[in-house]
Design a protein around this ligand. Structure first.
Ligand code: CTP
Ligand code: CA
Length: 220
């Protein structure tokens, strides 16, 4: 690892990442989000930059500082994240989808703040499916090397392999999601053509470096 960082394994490469949660509005003051902290994605962005890459980070709302030297673009919704990624993906060598993107948005979001009424009526929310950003990038002609993440609550080995194939990507990184969201440590499993491989449990900074090494090795 140390040696690979001294030799800047991603020198001259352009890396685009998504990180953090998305926020899907219900009305101007409320919305639906998830427990992703952004720590894993930011750690990978930092490690990629340290390895010599030019790094663009498309981030949902987080409480994290931008890693040194990383170009960060803030978004709220999955649709915004999708649009920014697709406008920036041209000329990228690597795309790493770390964000916990909302699968659905509120289709009947209100332009005004929803108000209680005396009768105790509750609002009804309708949902629409969001675009799959990773699948959209993976389907591009001349696509970058695509890396996906999967946070599962069970059957990680089975779902991870299935998800990698369904998304049509060469590398997928799996973890048991709800146990690691917001934590400083993580336990990752890599899925690729050759099968799966567990990475040692470590803090996210270290895992970011390990993953950058794994990606650089596969880029050749
Ligand atoms: N992803 C994405 N855009 C979406 C949903 C997911 O780019 N609208 C990306 C995530 O960033 C992650 C990968 O796809 O890299 C897998 O996300 P995940 O939620 O685990 O998979 P889904 O295909 O959404 O399936 P499900 O949530 O039903 O398990
Ligand atoms: Ca999902």
């Amino acid at each position: 690892i140390i040696a690979s960082f001294q030799s800047k394994v991603l020198a001259g490469k352009r890396v685009l990442l998504t990180a953090g949660p998305t926020f899907e509005p219900i009305d101007p003051v409320r919305g639906i989000t998830n427990l992703s902290s952004g720590k894993m994605g930011y750690a990978i962005a930092r490690a990629a930059r340290e390895a010599g890459a030019e790094v663009t980070l498309v981030s949902g709302p987080t409480a994290l500082d931008t890693p040194y030297g990383v170009h960060r673009i803030n978004v709220q919704t999955a649709q915004q994240m999708h649009d920014v990624v697709l406008s920036r993906v041209g000329g990228q060598d690597v795309f790493i989808a770390v964000a916990a993107v909302a699968d659905w948005r509120v289709a009947n979001a209100s332009g005004q703040k929803l108000k209680k009424n005396g009768a105790g009526d509750v609002p009804r929310l309708d949902f629409a499916q969001n675009p799959d950003i990773l699948a959209a990038v993976a389907a591009l002609p001349g696509r970058p090397y695509c890396v996906g993440f999967a946070a599962e609550s069970e059957k990680l080995l089975e779902y991870g392999e299935e998800k990698r194939k369904r998304k049509g990507i060469p590398l997928l990184v799996g973890n048991i999601g709800h146990q690691t969201f917001g934590k400083d440590e993580n336990e990752l499993v890599l899925f690729d053509d050759a099968g799966h491989q567990r990475l040692p449990r470590a803090d996210k900074r270290m895992l970011g470096r390990l993953l950058v090494g794994e990606i650089a090795r596969r880029l050749g």
